[in-house]
Design a protein around this ligand. Structure first.
Ligand code: GDP
Ligand code: MG
Length: 441
């Protein structure tokens, strides 16, 4: 997606005259890209019309940075769609709140209930889990297992088949036990769809939750809007959580879910594990959707591995085109230190696919180690240079011999370095580097 939007904007900034035709072509290109990212057709069309109203063709012709103006307009429009105008109900620590989770089977409800509980527990809350899914065999076991692992109290039954009864009993019990966050997991399937929505209505009516959270799988594509709307029509959905954002989906469905429920996204799920759960932040999400890279998330992660006082310098160097082999070596060291790189560098488009493609982590690690051995045979001058001409044939042969490798291995590493340097340059060129203290902005 990012690629095609960038391309569309590039084409436009290359055009000497921006007339209605050029603008339309550019917008059509962007429309296609957003649709591929599962943004709902109607939202895309409305956005397109809004942008046409906002973007003043006269201004564009007068030599402004056209690309920036359009990019900013798209960015703002997408952010607007994700902001329903009012925040979700926020439970208060120490005061009992009941939170009901709804969503189709397989969307990630049970997993997300535990993540949500665990997240708050770490912050000093007293959460509890109630399993009101009596339809699916094994639902209670799954919740029980999750809850036990996280040491969170739970309630459910193997015998009782009435979800309303369990929900009400569970909520009562945990209120007595002074839990301040009572989380109710529900069923996601029924023999008939209408029965599921009726059940949700009844459970909600009986226990009067303070907040209903709609859980949606990010990979459901264009079905997002209708699904979200169907739940909203039976219960008072007040917040959305998008799951499986670690997969291939770009998450355009999030826009549909917000539009259909008029509720904000509050968290996203980024993996199967309990702590793969993040607060949702509109701007980084839209940046990622547009392929600009998620800077704030990247900054947070980079804190953990690169000493704080080195970060601005590193980014500064990269943005000036000074990506040396030594920097590559140091980044490889960091990568090996922090494990699966996918999670860190996937936020920076261009890095992840190159360094550690999903599913090939083992091979990539071996490759990184191989590269590092070869770099160990390089001179300081070679490591600190950005000039590939230093690497002549005889040096390449020396490095291969010194590291017990073939010439073609060295060539492969140099090629990878060149490609990476090109990518990093094209993305960080002219980036404004935050100063110390503004890092997480
Ligand atoms: P439910 O039917 O809505 O309760 O969904 P479950 O919680 O049982 O989840 C269905 C599947 O999705 C399980 O295999 C989960 O491990 C998986 N899952 C849930 N959330 C995520 C996520 O954020 N990322 C990934 N990769 N898998 C997830
Ligand atoms: Mg479940």
């Amino acid at each position: 997606l990012g690629g095609s939007i960038t391309r569309a904007l590039q084409q436009m900034s290359n055009a000497t005259i921006i007339d209605e035709k050029v603008l339309n072509e550019c917008l059509n290109e962007i429309t296609r890209a957003l649709l591929q990212s599962d943004v709902q057709f109607k939202l895309v069309r409305d956005m397109q019309n809004n942008i046409k109203k906002i973007v003043n063709l006269d201004h564009l012709a007068a030599g402004h940075n056209k690309r920036n103006i359009i990019h900013k307009a798209i960015f703002n429009e997408l952010c607007k769609i994700l902001d329903p105008g009012k925040p979700a109900f926020a439970p208060k620590k120490g005061k009992p709140s009941v939170v009901m989770f709804v969503g189709l089977q397989g969307s990630g409800k049970t997993t997300t209930c535990t993540k949500y509980a665990f997240y708050h527990q770490k912050k000093g809350w007293k959460p509890a889990l109630v399993c009101a899914d009596t339809f699916r065999a094994g639902a209670f076991d799954q919740l029980k297992q999750n809850a036990t692992k996280a040491k969170i109290p739970f309630y459910g039954s193997y015998m009782e088949s009435d979800p309303v009864k369990i929900a009400v009993e569970g909520v009562e019990r945990f209120k007595k036990e002074n839990c301040d966050l009572i989380i109710v997991d529900t069923s996601g399937r029924h023999k008939q769809e209408a029965a599921l929505f009726e059940e949700m209505r009844q459970v909600s009516e009986a226990m009067k939750p303070d907040l209903v959270i709609f859980v949606m799988d990010s990979s459901i594509g264009q079905a997002a809007f209708d699904q979200a709307q169907a739940f909203k029509q039976s219960v008072a959905v007040g917040a959305v959580i998008i799951t499986k954002m670690d997969g291939h989906a770009k998450g355009g469905g999030a826009l549909s879910a917000v539009a259909a429920t008029k509720s904000p996204v509050i968290f996203i799920g980024t993996g199967e594990h309990m702590d793969e759960f993040e607060i949702f932040d509109v701007k980084p999400f839209v940046s990622r959707l547009l392929g600009m890279g998620d800077w704030s998330g990247f900054m947070d992660k980079i804190h953990e591995v690169v000493p704080m006082d080195q970060q601005p310098e590193l980014l500064q160097k990269l943005s000036e085109g000074n990506f040396t082999m030594r920097i590559m070596y140091e980044q490889y060291q960091n990568i090996l230190k922090m494990g699966p790189i996918g999670q860190v560098f996937s936020r920076l488009p261009g890095f992840s696919a190159e360094l550690m493609p999903k599913g090939c982590e083992k091979e990539s690690q071996a490759k990184i180690k191989r590269y590092m051995y070869m770099m160990d045979s390089m001179t300081n001058e070679e490591l600190d240079s950005t000039n590939p001409k230093l690497m002549n044939e005889s040096r390449i042969m020396r490095i291969a011999r010194g590291s017990g490798r073939q010439v073609r291995d060295v060539m492969e590493m140099l090629e990878e370095y060149k490609q990476l340097a090109k990518k990093i340059w094209s993305q960080l060129k002219g980036l404004k580097i935050p100063k110390k203290g503004e890092m997480s902005a």
